[in-house]
Write a protein that binds this ligand. Structure first.
Ligand SMILES: Cc1cc2nc3c(=O)[nH]c(=O)nc-3n(C[C@H](O)[C@H](O)[C@H](O)COP(=O)(O)OP(=O)(O)OC[C@H]3O[C@@H](n4cnc5c(N)ncnc54)[C@H](O)[C@@H]3O)c2cc1C
Ligand code: FES
Length: 272
């Protein structure tokens, strides 16, 4: 953790990879040691444009680099996309709680990603593959709108080789698509596991999260084993601006990861 959470530090971009039409993977060379967990986020800034929260897409401690996948949607992400290798990004963090892995020890794990929700899950999957012996069977259901929007098509074969049972699905297929079609929840029954014992990590659009939680719950997955990353809008990342306030708490401080059990408790207490 950096000493002063308000003060960004400068990091040089060593490589930029185009992952899809509007998503780029930025690989930054760290000049200091930073530990972080999958689903934690950093504030990334461009001088004169501002800063935005971006989940870490790499795995801590593997090498002196950190990676972020950034989709170009507006002012700051647009400015980040203008940058070239050798130029600087301003960064502060890590912020948020990140995924808890202890409850997953000894269990089968189902990762469910929608769209750019695969970015924090990529960090988690690679982390889990480094500690493979702690976990049971691994399954990934990853859905995108179109085949061209599917990220990490070069890494997915490596995940399959490492024993992950991967289900890829798109809303709209093209002539070359060989995977499934339909939303991620349509494919949950392809997973052969005891849902009452397995756990899950979910990241994607809110409607996808809601429906996935419902389906896993129906199959008997306990609430405390359903982990969700809620990437709501954030500005400061440190509980000061109120941008991520959810009626009861600041998601940048207590989240972005919640279990379904956490969410139900809050609903019962506050109706939030
Ligand atoms: C914890 C967290 C982690 C995130 N991780 C990633 C990541 O790994 N990769 C990534 O590409 N993005 C991520 N985001 C979303 C990213 O922060 C926003 O896309 C960014 O703040 C947009 O800023 P902008 O200045 O480019 O767009 P703006 O000019 O502010 O807005 C442009 C358009 O984007 C929409 N928009 C703005 N903020 C968000 C948001 N948070 N979510 C959805 N739509 C938004 C606006 O409604 C508008 O239509 C994350 C957000 C959070 C809160
Ligand atoms: S982002 Fe500012 S309070 Fe959470």
């Amino acid at each position: 953790m950096i000493e002063n959470i308000y003060r960004p530090f400068k990091v040089i971009i060593s490589e930029i990879k185009q992952l899809s039409e509007n998503v780029r993977l930025f690989r930054l060379k760290l000049d200091r040691e930073i530990d972080y967990l999958p689903a934690q986020f950093f504030m990334l800034g461009v001088w004169g444009a501002g800063e935005v929260p971006i989940s870490v897409a790499s795995t801590s401690g593997r090498d002196p680099y950190i990676e972020f996948g950034i989709r170009k949607v507006g002012k700051v992400t647009g400015a980040l996309h203008e940058l070239k290798a050798g130029e600087a990004v301003w960064m502060r963090g890590p912020f948020g709680n990140g995924f808890d892995l202890k409850t997953a020890h000894g269990r089968d794990i189902i990762f469910v990603a929608g769209g750019i929700g695969i970015l924090p899950l990529r960090a988690l999957i690679n982390h889990i593959l480094m500690e493979r012996h702690f976990f049971g069977r691994l399954f990934l259901i990853y859905g995108s709108k179109r085949p061209s929007e599917m990220l990490f098509s070069d890494e997915i074969p490596l995940w399959k080789e490492a024993g992950i049972d991967v289900i890829l699905t798109v809303d709209i297929k093209d002539g070359l698509w060989r995977g499934y079609t339909g939303v991620v929840t349509e494919h949950i029954d392809r997973i052969k596991t005891d849902f009452r014992e397995a756990c899950s990590y979910i990241c994607g659009p809110e409607v996808m999260i809601e429906n996935t939680v419902k389906e896993l719950s129906l199959r008997g997955m306990p609430d405390h084993l359903i982990n969700i990353s809620l990437e709501r809008r954030m500005k400061c990342g440190i509980g000061k601006c109120g941008q991520c306030y959810h009626g009861i708490e600041y998601i940048c401080i207590n989240g972005p990861v919640y279990t379904y059990e956490d969410i139900k408790k809050r609903l019962a207490l506050y109706g939030a």
